[in-house]
Ligand binder design. Structure first.
Ligand code: SAM
Length: 277
């Protein structure tokens, strides 16, 4: 049954505050499923199953699915429609307040190589992505529907980098699978969307630079919009400008550069030079 009929049948009015835009496009649904490369051995975390359109596909393809939904009314619909499936756990709760890893481990046995698949509620996209990428072990594959602009920022390259692009590309190899127009949802959101696939890396990209130090420097570099890199790094890391300037010189990076122009490798070089004084 399509989302419009389900909403009618259960007397549910979509709650915009919870980012409830239900997917109606069969094509977009297929693209998500294909990008998730599901096998009968997979454990899958679905965030925001809504009326269960995507969930229904997942239960037919994967070994174990945990679907986390905040809205109690939708949880009731999901339980009535799909609750009987042996490989599905429907968990009512806020995805930002729980440990993905613990939930998957508890429901699926282990979380060593799970996948995350979701049509994300847009008001929490960045926080969910950050959580998925930072909590270990991270999913081996993440396939999410996000705002088009977020997907394009995630796959950007210099000179259009952002903290989001560096974080996503540090932990994964991202790919925009397809653009999804707003008419593919009920009700339609205000912006177009995109399906983003993140294939997470087995190990951090710069083994000699600790992740924590790397992101301290990157966050400091992006800390002051439109400021030159040397000024932002010096102000936000509390390091003398002359020390920063010399580290930039030794890294082969122009003193006038801005954070948006740097590659992941550039940041690693700056970290090494700052660490060696
Ligand atoms: N998966 C469905 C689909 O594709 O049609 C619904 C996607 S809709 C964009 C986002 C879903 O996330 C809604 O069902 C909403 O209630 C749920 N949601 C919103 N905030 C949430 C949160 N903090 N934790 C878990 N689910 C949440």
């Amino acid at each position: 049954m399509n989302p419009a009929s389900l909403l009618k049948k259960y007397g549910i009015r979509p709650r915009r505050r919870l980012g409830q835009n239900f997917l109606v496009s069969e094509r977009a649904l297929r693209q998500i499923i294909e990008a998730a490369e599901l096998t009968s051995r997979d454990s899958v975390l679905e965030i925001g199953p809504g009326l269960g359109v995507l969930t229904e596909e997942l239960v037919g393809l994967a070994r174990c699915i945990v679907a986390v939904e905040l809205d109690e009314a939708l949880v009731r619909v999901l339980r009535e429609r799909l609750g009987e499936r042996a490989n599905l756990t429907i968990h009512q709760g806020d995805v930002l307040e729980l440990s993905h890893v613990e939930l998957v481990r508890r429901c699926c046995g282990d979380a060593e190589s799970y996948k995350a698949v979701a049509n994300l509620p847009y008001y929490i996209t960045s926080r969910v992505l950050r959580k998925l990428l930072e909590e270990e072990p991270r999913p081996k594959l993440i396939v999410v529907m996000v705002q088009r602009e977020v997907a394009e920022r995630a796959v950007a390259s210099p000179p259009d980098m952002s903290l989001l692009a560096v974080s996503v590309q540090y932990y994964s190899v991202p790919r925009v699978v397809g653009i999804v127009r707003r008419g593919a949802f009920v009700p339609p959101p205000e912006v177009d969307s995109a399906i983003l696939q993140l294939r997470t890396r087995a190990a951090p990209p710069f083994p000699d630079v600790p992740t924590e130090a790397y992101f301290r420097v990157v966050a400091a570099g992006f800390g002051q919009k439109r400021k030159r890199l040397a000024n932002s790094l010096s102000a936000n890391l509390g390091i003398e400008k002359s020390v920063v300037s010399s580290a930039l010189d030794r890294s082969g990076i122009n003193q006038q550069a801005r954070a948006e122009q740097l590659s992941l490798e550039d940041w690693a070089r700056i970290c090494r030079e700052l660490a060696s004084g």
